[in-house]
Write a protein that binds this ligand. Structure first.
Ligand SMILES: [Zn+2]
Length: 549
């Protein structure tokens, strides 16, 4: 190919926001053979247009680098759309209507499986089995809540799993019980697993279809790459199948699941899986360690106990899912084997245990290129803030949660108390301390729409509660900081920053066309902006019919 061969595609007549400090803004881009060949003004780019070049007139709209979601569960999100999906409703009545309709429409399904209910739609966040028994008495029902840390089950499901008054709480979970000690229908974390083990697994075909649905949806929101935050057998098979067929259009780093009931004997298997899984755009080079649960169910690991809701101490400090005495050894070995470690840490003790483990790895053999990251970082003890930058640990933020809404106001703040409430989601403080920030959605827990996430990152108010006061407004990010976190920041964590994450000549043409300039004074709420076109290596993977309108 001649160096001056015409471009395959040219985007011109708008604002190009590059996330490249050397040239923050431009007006046009040309791409050829999957790469950006020129970034400049309209005149610079004109010479790249040949007879077969597709020319997209941006009509004043904005191009940004493809968004990268640093913590997402696309197979799960896609699977929800194939199952009993409760995200379309709010409130007990609304959920029960959807469940009854689904059961009627699928008489041949032996189990009713699905999820997406909000804890704050039920007193104390705990729905009851009787409600499900009344509409589905004869088949087991298993419905996870929105964050996936709890399940609502009926009596039939409990009976099949053999969970009754005599069943002890597992070490990593809790069974909600009535006054007589019988399970009342809500199971937290490890307790939900007792029933989940009996749910017939999705077939390999369903999982591939789920990933296809998830990928299509994420592309439609401008996402060109992501890190799948839990890759177990199911997800692994779906990715390798889709990648082998050449249908994985997104770039995906998979975080292989660390089984917390096992020790470092599983590392050999993880290495084998990493080797076998590197196909096409899939690269399972990360390992996910889930160090605690969530605050709403008091399974998040806290340095000091939760409050009891009346200002007194509950005595409960939550759970460390992996023994903190063993964690540094595991992390040191993973780091030495060239894995990235992707932590789930919600409580301040879990964050500290993760940092301690990463520090141990660093002390053992120096700084590697692991680009380890801690996701969620809901409560960070102020003493630990500078440790992120000091240890080169990336803060993986889920900004959509950093706002006042029911779960925060009724199930979290009263149990943290005033001081620890102000330690939540300290994104600006982390940036100021020199930490690198990546961002992700945790879909299917929350919306995967990057524009809605950016809106909360810069306002600390969510689209669903735009009249609420901002949550800890000192932690608001600038728009440029939020966009950078969702592009270069996440690309860094995915080891994709040399190829993607910014718009520069020579990088892959992973690009998004938005319907407006997000920085314009009249842009309106950022979450109202829409993605009109998504390109991966110059090829459209999503196109809105309104693009040429
Ligand atoms: Zn997650």
């Amino acid at each position: 190919m001649a160096p001056d061969a015409p471009a395959d595609i040219v985007l011109t007549g708008g604002t190009v926001y590059t996330v490249d400090a050397a040239r923050p803004r431009a007006g046009a881009i040309a791409a050829r053979a999957g790469r950006i060949v020129a970034v400049g003004n309209e005149r610079d780019i004109k010479g790249h247009i040949g007879p077969r070049t597709r020319v997209v007139d941006l009509t004043g709209r904005m191009v940004v680098p493809g968004f990268q979601d640093a913590h997402v569960h696309p197979v799960h999100g896609g699977l929800n759309q194939l199952r009993c999906e409760l995200r379309g409703a709010r409130g007990r009545e609304g959920y029960l209507e959807l469940i009854a309709a689904y059961a009627t429409a699928h008489p041949d399904r032996p189990w009713i499986v699905g999820g997406g209910w909000y804890m704050d739609d039920f007193p104390r966040g705990t729905p009851l089995r009787e409600d499900l028994d009344a509409i589905v008495p004869d088949r087991p029902v298993y419905l996870t809540n929105r964050d996936g840390h709890g399940a609502w089950v009926n009596s039939r499901a409990l009976a099949i799993a053999g969970v009754d008054a005599s069943t002890a709480d597992p070490p990593d979970g809790r069974i909600e019980r009535d006054a007589d000690g019988r399970p009342s229908g809500t199971l937290h974390d490890g307790a939900a697993t007792l029933v989940e083990l009996h749910v017939p697994p999705a077939t390999a075909e369903e999982l591939v279809e789920a990933l296809r649905i998830g990928q299509r949806y994420l592309h439609s929101l401008g996402i060109t790459a992501w890190q799948d935050a839990i890759v177990e057998d199911d997800q692994f098979g779906a990715y390798t199948t889709l990648a082998a067929r050449g249908e994985l259009t997104a770039r995906v780093v998979g975080a292989l699941w660390w089984e917390r009931s096992r020790g470092d004997e599983q590392i050999e298997e993880l290495i084998e899986r990493r080797t076998r899984g590197r196909i096409g755009r899939f690269s399972p080079t990360s390992v996910k360690i889930m160090q605690d649960g969530v605050l709403e169910t008091f399974t998040g690991a806290m340095i000091e106990p939760y409050l009891d809701g009346n200002g007194g101490s509950s005595g409960n400090r939550g759970l460390s899912f992996v023994d903190p005495a063993r964690l540094p050894g595991y992390v040191t070995r993973l780091d030495a084997e060239g894995f990235q470690v992707h932590f789930h840490a919600i409580g301040d003790r879990a964050v500290r245990e993760a940092l301690d483990a990463l520090e141990a790895a660093r002390n053992a053999h120096g700084l590697t290129d692991g680009r380890h990251h801690i996701a969620h970082i809901q409560v960070v003890h102020p003493d630990d803030l500078p440790r992120f930058a000091g240890l080169g640990v990336v803060a993986n933020a889920q900004p959509y949660w950093a706002c006042h809404e029911g779960q925060m106001d009724t199930l979290t703040i009263p149990f943290l108390g005033p001081e620890r409430t102000t330690w939540q989601y300290p994104f600006k403080s982390l940036l100021k301390s020199g930490a690198r920030l990546a961002m992700g959605s945790d879909w299917s827990v929350s919306t995967p729409n990057p524009l809605l996430e950016i809106e909360v990152a810069v306002t600390r108010v969510a689209d669903i509660t735009r009249d609420a006061p901002p949550f800890l407004p000192a932690e608001r990010l600038d728009l440029a900081e939020a966009v950078e976190a969702l592009t270069m920041g996440s690309a860094y964590v995915n080891h994709l920053d040399a190829e993607t994450g910014s718009i520069e000549a020579g990088k892959a043409a992973d690009l998004v066309v938005l319907d407006r300039d997000l920085f314009a004074p009249d842009a309106g709420p950022i979450g109202d902006a829409r993605c009109l076109m998504t390109l991966v290596e110059g090829v459209p993977v999503f196109e809105d019919p309104g693009l040429d309108g």
